[in-house]
Design a protein. Structure first.
Length: 337
């Protein structure tokens, strides 16, 4: 589907600007009234790596493989749910030049607007939804799922339940632990993506060379043009964030809680919300990308604000395999509600 939504407000403007976005709506071959799962996908660095792209396998071409979309639509639509998955801004056929990575407001608005737009498509298909609405998110999508839940509840739309796996809830903590990490190959990619996206949105630093060491100051922005494969972006990264970032930036962002980046990361945390619908958190104690201990801190924060949160561990599985394990479990959990 292609539909209308909003982007961030440009510098000097008070209101967000209208834009187009795309997403996937999949329906099961099943009669009667159907519950809905709003699926929020994980990190993607290429415009084609989005739920609206149905290709599981493909050549290295303009519209190559989609990682999240085909497996998740098969599982949730295959389990009898209407599956609705936003690509997010900057992905799919969005005209936004770079994805608004971990920006809670647009993660939520792109999904809310797709849910509303899908009503017309489903009516034409004679698909009837019931009142049960679930949200599910993987990795970045866990952050987006809680942002979506809050946006819906603020509109007095009842969410039946939410489930997440491998989710990042506290962005500031995630960023600080990521730049300190020395043994996870994907971390410099996530750090770079956050820095570029937050500078696009909030103007959190001056020159790229003030943040990234050479040669990365010259190469990293071009890698995140939404046209590079994940593995190609990863190949352009150093092994650790300390080798990626200038010594002065590394030191300042770690020691100064009032650093502009850290202030904006805190503003986009989703574990400070007051949420009504129950939340089930799936996570592996050995998740190499999102530390289990950090997730438990966020769970405690959500519970302290009145949320009904249960944790289900997935022992022995890495970040991606946790996602594969969690989706059918979440489908069963949703059917039991």
């Amino acid at each position: 589907m292609t539909y209308c939504t909003v982007d961030v407000a440009p510098p000097g403007a008070a209101r967000p600007v209208p834009t187009i976005a795309t997403g996937n709506v999949s329906v099961p071959r099943k009669g009667g009234r159907l519950a809905t799962v709003a699926y929020q996908h994980g990190t993607a660095v290429s415009f084609y790596d989005a739920p609206s792209n149905p290709n599981v396998f493909g050549e290295l071409e303009a519209r190559g493989e989609s990682f999240d979309g085909p497996p998740s639509s098969a599982i949730f639509a295959g389990a009898g749910f209407v599956y609705v998955a936003a690509d997010y801004l900057g992905l799919g056929d969005s005209t936004v030049p770079r994805h608004r990575y971990f920006h809670a407001a647009t993660e939520a608005s792109s999904a809310v607007d797709l849910l509303e737009a899908s009503d017309k498509v489903l009516a034409r298909l004679r698909v009837h939804r019931d009142d049960e609405l679930f949200t599910f998110g993987f990795s970045q999508g866990g952050h987006a799922a809680l942002a979506l839940q809050r946006a819906l509840e603020r509109r007095r739309v009842e969410v039946t339940a939410t489930a997440t796996v491998g989710a990042v809830f506290d962005l500031e903590r995630f960023f600080l632990s990521s730049i300190a990490s020395t043994d996870v190959a994907t971390v410099p990619l996530y750090v770079s993506y956050l820095l570029l996206a937050y500078d696009d949105i909030y103007d959190v630093y001056g020159r790229t060379a003030d943040v990234f060491r050479q040669p990365y100051a010259a190469t990293v922005p071009g890698l995140f043009d939404m046209r590079h494969f994940f593995d190609d972006v990863l190949a352009g990264m150093p092994p650790t964030s300390r080798e990626l970032l200038t010594a002065s930036f590394f030191r300042d962002v770690r020691s100064n809680p009032d650093h502009p980046l850290r202030v904006r990361l805190r503003e986009n945390a989703v574990d400070r919300y007051r949420l009504d619908a129950p939340i089930r958190v799936y996570h592996s104690p050995v998740d190499e990308e999102v530390p289990f201990e950090e997730v438990l801190v966020s769970v405690d924060r959500l519970r302290a604000r009145g949320a009904d949160v249960t944790v289900r561990t997935l022992p022995g599985f890495d970040h991606v395999n946790s996602w594969i394990q969690a989706m059918p479990r979440a489908a069963r959990y949703f059917r039991s509600r």
